[in-house]
Design a protein around this ligand. Structure first.
Ligand SMILES: [Zn+2]
Length: 275
C-alpha cells in the first residue's frame, strides 16, 4: 500500500452494530490495507426468543468472526458484558480506556449517546467519557496513554432529541454494498431469528440460505439507502455532481466534539478513498 496504515476502531454495543452502522466503510479501509478492529461492548447473550446465556454468546462470537472474515478486517472482539445491562460506570470506562489505548487508533467510531437502546446509549457515553482520559497518564496508569486524542465519529441515527444527527462525513458505499450485506448475513441468530421475531415477521424468513440472503437484501437495502437519500447534498459536495447523485448507498458519521477536531486535510487522511 501507499502511505501510512491507519488504525480504525469501531465500537458498537452488540455483535452486528459495527457491521450495520459502518460495515461498508470498514471494507473500504480494510481493502486499502488499513487496520480495522470491530468491538462489541456486550456479548449479545440476551437478544433471542429461544436461547440465551453461554449458548447464545458463543453463537454470536462465531457469527462475528465469520463476518470479520468476510469483511477482511483484523479483529472482531466481543466483550464479556451481558447485553441489556451495560452501564456507563467507572469500571467499564476503565476497561474501554485500556482497550482504546492498547489499539492506539487514529479514528474511533461509535454510537451517539442518544438512542433507543440502553446499551447503545451506554456505549456512546463510555466512548465520550473515555476520550479525554486517553491522554491522562495518572488514570489507568499502567497502560500507556495515547500521545494525542483520536478523532471520534458517531454512527448515524434518526433520533432528534436532544439534537438530531449531523452528517459531517458521508461515504458512498455502492461498490461494497453486497459485501456489507454478506457481513450482515453472517449474523444468523440476529437477522434471521431474533430481529424478525421481535418485529413480528419471523414467518416471512425463507428457509434456504440463498433465499434468505435475497430476503435480507430486500429488508436491509432500504435501510442502507437512507443515508444516501438524506445526505445527498453532502455526497455531491464530496464526490462531485455526477458521482454524488449516482450513489444509492451511503454511511454517514458525525464528528464528536470530545475527540480531536479534524479539518478537511485530516478527513482526507482518515478517508483516503475520497481521493
Ligand atoms: Zn445494537
Amino acid at each position: 500500500m501507499n502511505g501510512e496504515r491507519l488504525r480504525v476502531l469501531v465500537i458498537g454495543a452488540h455483535p452486528d452494530d459495527p457491521d450495520i452502522c459502518c460495515g461498508g466503510t470498514a471494507v473500504l479501509w480494510a481493502a486499502a490495507g488499513h487496520v480495522v478492529k470491530f468491538v462489541s461492548t456486550t456479548s449479545g447473550d440476551t437478544g433471542h426468543q429461544a436461547i440465551g446465556g453461554i449458548e447464545l454468546a458463543r453463537r454470536r462470537q462465531a457469527e462475528a468472526q465469520a463476518s470479520a472474515k468476510v469483511a477482511g478486517i483484523a479483529e472482531y472482539q466481543l466483550l464479556d458484558n451481558h447485553t441489556g445491562e451495560l452501564e456507563p460506570n467507572v469500571a467499564n470506562r476503565r476497561a474501554l480506556i485500556r482497550l482504546i489505548r492498547e489499539f492506539s487508533p487514529d479514528l474511533v467510531l461509535s454510537h451517539r449517546p442518544n438512542d433507543y437502546h440502553p446499551d447503545h446509549r451506554a456505549t456512546g457515553q463510555l466512548v465520550m467519557d473515555s476520550s479525554y482520559i486517553l491522554t491522562v497518564p495518572n488514570m489507568v496508569a499502567l497502560t500507556d496513554i495515547l500521545p494525542r486524542q483520536p478523532v471520534i465519529l458517531s454512527f448515524s441515527d434518526t433520533f432528534t432529541r436532544p439534537c438530531p444527527f449531523q452528517a459531517d462525513v458521508v461515504v458512498g458505499i455502492d461498490e461494497v454494498i453486497e459485501r456489507k450485506l454478506d457481513m450482515v448475513n453472517c449474523h444468523v441468530s440476529q437477522v434471521y431469528e431474533w430481529l424478525p421475531f421481535n418485529q413480528g415477521k419471523l414467518g416471512e424468513v425463507p428457509a434456504g440460505d440463498a433465499d434468505r440472503r435475497r430476503w435480507l437484501a430486500g429488508e436491509y437495502r432500504a435501510r442502507f439507502e437512507l443515508a444516501a437519500t438524506r445526505y445527498r447534498e453532502k455526497l455531491v459536495e464530496r464526490y462531485g455532481e455526477k458521482r454524488g447523485q449516482a450513489f444509492r448507498f451511503a454511511e454517514a458519521f458525525e464528528v464528536s466534539e470530545y475527540g480531536a477536531r479534524p479539518d478537511e486535510k485530516a478527513i482526507r487522511r482518515l478517508f483516503p478513498f475520497f481521493g
